[in-house]
Design a protein around this ligand. Structure first.
Ligand code: HEC
Length: 147
């Protein structure tokens, strides 16, 4: 094969690959390109995270790991380990990484989220919800005040 056409063929394969990666990210919320915090993300937090990640006057150890998801400023500041929400970078954000499995931190391993109850098996969020959260962070993690 000619060198130029071999290069072209390689470029095609790479382009197809990138296309496929792009598509798998988009299928999540194909009908709404932009993730909406109040509509898409807040319900997931309310259902699966908030019971542990909010201040509870009866529990001096709350919120879990110091990560408070009931308040925008506190959530953006992050918890004990930090880098929980890095706007624009889901792959650097603990809030996203922990949905896929435990994450090492120093000599400790942070459990996958949502944390399983004592003696219970870990039940991950659905792939669709995980990707919604990833996409929300990648899009800048906007958190408009509720109207
Ligand atoms: C049953 C209680 C519980 C639930 C539900 C829960 N978490 Fe956690 N979370 C914890 C505990 C406990 C830790 C500390 C775990 C560790 O260090 O191993 C933690 C740690 C974290 C951290 C690390 C914070 C830091 O900076 O150190 C993040 C991020 C997090 N949780 C996100 C979530 C998200 C997102 C959800 C919902 C999908 C969720 N959690 C649901 C109890 C919970």
């Amino acid at each position: 094969m000619h060198r130029a056409s071999r290069l072209k063929a390689a470029a095609c394969v790479i382009a197809a690959g990138i296309g496929m990666i792009g598509m798998s990210r988009i299928t999540v919320a194909a009908d709404s390109a932009k993730v909406d915090f109040n509509k898409d993300i807040k319900p997931i937090i309310q259902e699966s995270c908030i019971k542990c990640h909010k201040p509870d006057p009866k529990n001096p150890r709350s919120p879990a790991a110091g990560f408070n998801l009931s308040d925008k400023a506190a959530a953006m500041k992050g918890g004990k380990v930090g880098h929980d929400i890095v706007p624009g970078h889901a792959d650097e954000s603990l809030m996203y990484k922990l949905l896929k499995g435990p994450v090492p931190s120093g000599n400790h391993k942070i459990d996958a989220m949502p944390k399983a109850g004592r003696g219970q098996a870990f039940k991950p969020l659905s792939d669709a919800k995980i990707e919604l959260i990833g996409k929300w962070i990648d899009q800048g993690a906007e958190w408009p005040d509720k109207k």
